[in-house]
Design a binder for this molecule. Structure first.
Ligand SMILES: [Zn+2]
Length: 437
């Protein structure tokens, strides 16, 4: 197959040219390749490496009424994504041991239209299971420093976290943490509104947890990934830790770049997340870090729930989680250039998590890419979303850049506004030897 005449976002710059695909891999990139019966016309379109979303909760198996891999991966593909890393919760069971891993791998292998990798979980009492999870091919381990909201995935106390980090280091895998200090995010004795919620989760809780996790990771010799940093101060704390010698990577999510705490007040429960949305000043500093090269990765933290779980009059009891897997690229296009977006959403995730042959448009790499019409724009409606429930804080937002087609290992998954295949996604594994070779 030939992709003809697109603006190809390659590691060495944007080049106008053709891309050939053979057996699911990119076999040639050149200004003008010979004609072929199977061609995709990409003239006028930008060809971007497919997004690798390192942070989603598709909740399969066990909570597919919240989302599911078929719908969640379809939404990812409609937003230009070709691979996701599924968090160890909120599936049921959570991915904290080999048997749970096998269940999830089988379920996602059947229903996902994109490729995927699995995070394993660190919880009190499962240290013995981390080695078997590594053997199964987890991409890394995730721990919560604050209450996760799910009783079967308890938070890690410092000893659990430190010992988990030591084991992860031995196994050669990174540890991702939800960084909020549990004692600094207690709900108030009275008050259950959105303003009370915002006040209950201060930036300080994030900064303290990042600093503590960084110290523990440095002592353990572990690679640390901070998920969903919500504030400019949080990013600065991670950078200071890096300067002191922690191997740390910085992730933020699209909603922290697009919304502020005023939007959480305006939109209500559909915009509830933890850490919460922040002030405009924090949001602007976060953008500077994204554009300036400091933030490594932007993910979605897609964490949907049915409407009923978003309707509690007590804001603290509303399920937290923003369903945005389809909107990451759209948000980034608001301010970032496509070369920077390719780093944040494809090259850096592949490098940091040691995924071989994905994350860039280069010969020998998987033919994972998306075709974007930067001249077109669209408005988000419930009908335009491929996720299970049409709940999204982005409803009504207008974005520039329409995804025309998404291709996974040479096969079109999404085209002309429709998902065009069922299943077909493969699990990818951590592959350090091939990366370092
Ligand atoms: Zn999450």
């Amino acid at each position: 197959m030939i992709v003809r005449g697109g603006n190809l976002v390659t590691p060495t710059g944007i080049v106008r040219g053709d891309l050939a695909i053979d057996d699911g891999k990119i076999s040639a990139i050149a200004p003008e390749l010979p004609g072929h019966p199977d061609e995709i016309d990409a003239r006028g379109l930008t060809v971007l490496p497919g997004l690798i979303d390192v942070h989603v909760h598709l909740n399969e198996p066990g909570r597919t009424e919240w989302e599911g891999a078929a719908t969640g991966s379809s939404a990812l593909a409609a937003g230009g994504g070709t691979t996701f890393f599924d968090m160890p919760l909120n599936s049921s069971p959570c991915t904290v041991g080999a048997a749970e891993f096998d269940l999830k791998r089988a379920a996602l292998g059947k229903s996902s239209v994109t490729d995927f990798a699995l995070w394993g979980g660190i919880v009190p009492g499962n240290r013995e299971s981390l080695a078997e999870l590594a053997d199964r091919g987890v991409i890394g381990f995730k721990a919560f420093m604050a209450d996760s909201g799910l009783p079967e995935f308890p938070r890690s106390d410092d000893q659990t976290l430190y010992e988990g980090m030591c084991e992860a280091a031995r196994l050669g895998l990174p540890v991702a943490v939800h960084a909020e200090n549990n004692d600094l995010v207690r709900p108030p004795a009275t008050g259950a509104g959105v303003h009370d919620y915002l006040k209950s989760r201060p930036v300080l809780a994030e900064v303290e947890a990042i600093e503590r996790a960084a110290l523990l990771a440095r002592e353990a010799g572990a690679r640390l990934h901070i998920v969903h940093i919500s504030s400019g101060r949080g990013v600065r704390a991670a950078l200071e830790a890096r300067a002191r010698g922690t191997d740390i990577s910085i992730e933020t999510c699209a909603h922290y770049l697009y919304f502020t705490e005023d939007d959480m007040v305006r939109i209500g429960p559909v915009a509830k997340c933890a850490p919460p949305l922040r002030s405009a000043a924090e949001r602007d500093e976060l953008w500077d870090s994204v554009l300036g090269g400091v933030v490594d990765i932007v993910g979605s933290d897609h964490s949907p729930a049915p409407l009923a779980m978003k309707q509690d009059p007590n804001f603290f009891r509303v399920w937290g989680g923003i369903a945005g897997v389809q909107s990451t690229l759209a948000v980034l296009l608001e301010q970032a250039g496509v070369e920077r977006i390719a780093e944040l959403t494809a090259a850096n995730p592949a490098r940091r998590f040691e995924i071989a042959n994905k994350g860039r448009l280069a010969v020998g790499f998987d033919a994972d890419f998306t075709l974007i019409d930067l001249a077109a724009s669209y408005t988000v409606t419930p009908e335009s979303l491929f996720q299970r429930h049409g709940l999204s804080p982005y409803l009504g937002s207008t974005f520039r850049g329409v995804v025309r087609r998404t291709v996974v290992r040479g096969e079109t998954v999404f085209a002309d506004g429709r998902i065009v295949r069922e299943g077909g996604g493969r699990m990818i594994e951590h592959a350090p030897a091939r990366i370092h070779a």
